[in-house]
Design a binder for this molecule. Structure first.
Ligand code: ATP
Ligand code: MG
Length: 392
């Protein structure tokens, strides 16, 4: 029996004049996400993308999982392909839906007739099909208002399709429809989630990571690269920049008052990030900060980091509890990598008593005791870039 996947888009369907643009980005993303599984034919009509495998070898269960990770798709299902002939439709449906119908208590049938020349009208299809199903599965009852299973019959140009499941998609908007932003990606739980949340709203993610060898190990960097690779399941390709940060951290340690180490370090991270953003054509920065989580994430500390930023800093986790962030980290598949215990440069030279409520002028004075511009320049010049792609 031939099977395809129908993917319905949600919010894009509401876009007016821009709809075409969103649609074409979504199609491109679907194609690149599914390339690894084989050849498909794609078409779209009425806010639905038809994903038709060209060979029987293709594992639709895997494809279906992958479709569930594409932002811009509100719901999707696998469907059985039938000839445009009621006998064929009813025979195949009974076979195709056997497991679902056997374990259900109630059902209803809906019909969509895009091909108005089909010999039966929608209500007639529903009645006849309902009759066939009741005959084969006499334990079922019809429930029009709140059925356990809705059997949908679609009559389209070349074929008819039958399906009964409806799986919730990743939602949001297609990645790339909302410009590009640079994610400050640590090895922690929060920043990968922040990146995925912004990707959900259509933002293409570029990532920057700061390393301080030998205080941070190669293994710690590899962990972040692994996170970045994992994020491509949802975010698509990610350009990843790795910044050598050791000399800057040592200079902070040697020249600035200890209680301001963290906030000065974060300001310099932001200064470098903006230079990388310019280079990568990113319009904003993204961090995984959550209000009050640690000393550097109080409102006062955020005032100090933001004051060096000329582009917007997006903080999608800012109002989330840790447990809510963890839930999303599990959903996006990053949690298990994030909890591997490797050091981050943020934990190098951590002051024993960091200032929880730093004043901006004190921080500026403290940072002013050393001219970081040459070191910043050098760090940016020695930044390495590589690209992570889905399915590598
Ligand atoms: P996360 O779980 O994302 O590591 P966190 O709660 O540990 O966050 P911090 O260590 O204070 O918080 O870092 C705050 C934010 O700064 C992170 O969410 C991330 O965006 C950025 N950040 C921290 N360390 C690095 C790093 N080594 N490279 C790039 N960005 C970093
Ligand atoms: Mg961290």
């Amino acid at each position: 029996m031939k099977e395809i996947i129908l993917a319905k888009y949600g919010e894009i369907a509401l876009k007016g004049l821009n709809k075409r643009n969103f649609e074409s980005i979504l199609m491109k993303n679907i194609k690149s996400s599914l390339r690894e599984y084989g050849d498909f034919e794609f078409s779209n009509a009425q806010s639905t993308v038809y994903i038709v495998p060209k060979s029987e070898e293709i594992d639709l269960a895997e494809v279906s999982d992958s479709v569930g990770k594409i932002f811009g798709i509100a719901s999707y299902c696998r469907a059985c392909v039938c000839e445009k002939d009621f006998n064929d439709i009813s025979e195949k449906s009974v076979e195709y839906l056997r497991n679902i119908l056997e374990s259900a208590g109630s059902f209803r049938v809906t019909a969509k007739r895009a091909d108005k020349s089909f010999c039966m009208k929608s209500p007639e299809i529903c009645t006849e099909m309902g009759g066939v199903i009741l005959e084969k599965f006499p334990h079922l009852s019809v429930n029009l208002k709140n059925p356990e299973v809705t059997v949908t019959v679609e009559i389209r140009d070349t074929n008819a399709y039958v399906h009964a499941e409806n799986i919730k998609g990743a939602g949001g908007l297609p990645v790339g429809s909302g410009g590009k932003a640079l994610l400050l990606l640590s090895g922690g739980i929060d920043s990968p989630v922040a990146g995925c949340m912004m990707a959900k709203r259509g933002v293409r993610i570029t990532a920057v990571h700061y390393v301080s060898p030998p205080y941070t190990s190669d293994r710690a960097r590899l962990k972040v690269e692994e996170l970045c690779q994992k994020m491509t399941d949802y975010c698509g390709y990610i350009d990843f920049y790795c910044v050598p940060f050791t000399k800057i951290q040592e200079a902070i340690k040697d020249n600035c008052p200890e209680r301001f180490f963290t906030v000065i370090m974060r300001r310099i991270m932001m200064i470098i990030a903006q230079k990388i953003a310019e280079r990568s054509l990113s319009k904003a920065l993204i961090t995984g900060e959550s209000m009050g989580q640690v000393a550097s994430q109080t409102l006062e500390a955020i005032v100090c980091t933001d004051s060096v930023c000329k582009i917007p800093v997006l903080r999608p986790c800012i109002a989330m509890d840790k447990s809510e962030i963890v839930e999303l980290a599990r959903k996006y598949g990053t949690f298990d990598i994030s909890i591997q215990p490797y050091e981050d440069c943020c934990t190098v030279f951590t002051p024993k008593h960091p200032t929880v409520k730093p004043s901006l002028s004190d921080v500026e004075d403290a940072q002013g005791q050393f001219d970081f511009s040459t070191l910043v320049q050098e760090a940016v010049e020695n930044t390495e870039c590589k690209t992570f792609r889905p399915c590598e």
